[in-house]
Design a protein around this ligand. Structure first.
Ligand SMILES: [Zn+2]
Length: 309
């Protein structure tokens, strides 16, 4: 059931949310930096009833969305607030389009832009934790939506039943994840395969050298340079007490629990194109690490100048 809700939201509250989150250092002229109080109301747009300001200093016109990736789109503040919320909550583009009264293409386009930018903003820094767990999962991701006119390039087969390790080529691209046991923060990345180096590189980049690392028994982790303990799932071992204090600290249950979250997050999309999987993973990583959206993050996500260096 579609349940359109944009009309139930308050325009001025949504406008205020956008000012706070898109322009946290002050709303005003994008060209000369003069505040909005130094501009005059120039006109109101016909379709969306948005105020257009003209700067008294430099004569530039601008509105609420100038300088952000929404500037070319004719969306109301209510639609934008709900779109961003929906993207972070993992609502499907079709549901969002119906609820917000937007075209599916518009929602998909904006979603992919938000995803790409989230991906570019993913931290490159190691987790500070003294104990961390690393694990990998294989996510079915084919070529959803691609046209297959060529008989020698048939559409994807559902990959669920393929045995063994996933790779990008067999449409089960691996996601490697590390979780810090103290912070609970995660670093998740899509990799091409899990035969050794990508896993070692992930551990090397995203954990501190002195961390105690826990993984399963996969040989791919043999070459990590960390204090390293493994649980042997193939021998039905799930948690072990190595230091004799009665706490079975050798396990990867934390990170495995996080895969359940990833699968739940991806389920409403009914298959994600493998080219876009990294973007979904990035959004979900922020979702977890930030707990609550803050204006600095939203501003860097939507402002065009964030990536113009
Ligand atoms: Zn100006």
């Amino acid at each position: 059931m579609e349940f359109p809700i944009t009309n139930l939201l308050d325009r001025s509250n949504c406008t205020q949310w956008i000012i706070e989150h898109f322009h946290p250092s002050g709303f005003g002229c994008k060209k000369c930096g003069a505040g909005v109080e130094q501009s005059r109301k120039f006109r109101t747009t016909r379709r969306r009833q948005l105020t257009v300001y003209r700067c008294r200093q430099c004569n530039q016109t601008y509105n609420l969305y100038s300088g952000t990736l929404f500037e070319q789109h004719h969306l109301t503040p209510e639609q934008i607030v709900l779109l961003i919320r929906g993207v972070f909550k993992g609502e499907s583009s079709r549901t969002l389009a119906a609820e917000l009264g937007l075209s599916y293409q518009t929602v998909l386009h904006l979603r992919h832009q938000l995803h790409n930018r989230a991906q570019a903003l993913q931290p490159e820094t190691p987790l500070p934790d003294c104990a961390s767990e690393t694990d990998e999962m294989f996510q079915n991701a084919g070529e959803k939506g691609d046209k297959h006119g060529d008989p020698f390039d048939p559409p994807r087969r559902r990959a669920n039943k393929r045995p063994g390790k996933g790779t990008d080529d067999n449409e089960r691209p691996p996601i490697v994840g590390t979780v810090g046991r103290e912070t609970g923060h995660v670093r998740r990345r899509v990799v091409n395969n899990t035969t050794g180096q990508p896993l070692v590189n992930h551990v090397d980049q995203f954990t501190v050298r002195q961390t105690q690392l826990f993984t399963d028994e996969s040989a791919s982790y043999n070459h990590v340079i960390r204090n390293h303990a493994t649980v042997c799932h193939s021998q039905n071992e799930w948690a072990r007490d190595d230091d004799g204090d009665g706490i079975r600290e050798v396990h990867v249950n934390t990170v495995e629990g996080l895969w359940t979250d990833v699968r739940n997050f991806l389920r409403p999309f009914k298959g994600v194109h493998k080219d876009y999987l990294s973007g979904y993973v990035a959004i979900f990583e922020f979702n977890r690490n930030l707990k609550r959206l803050n204006s600095a993050f939203i501003a860097s996500l939507v402002n065009l100048h964030t990536f113009r260096r």
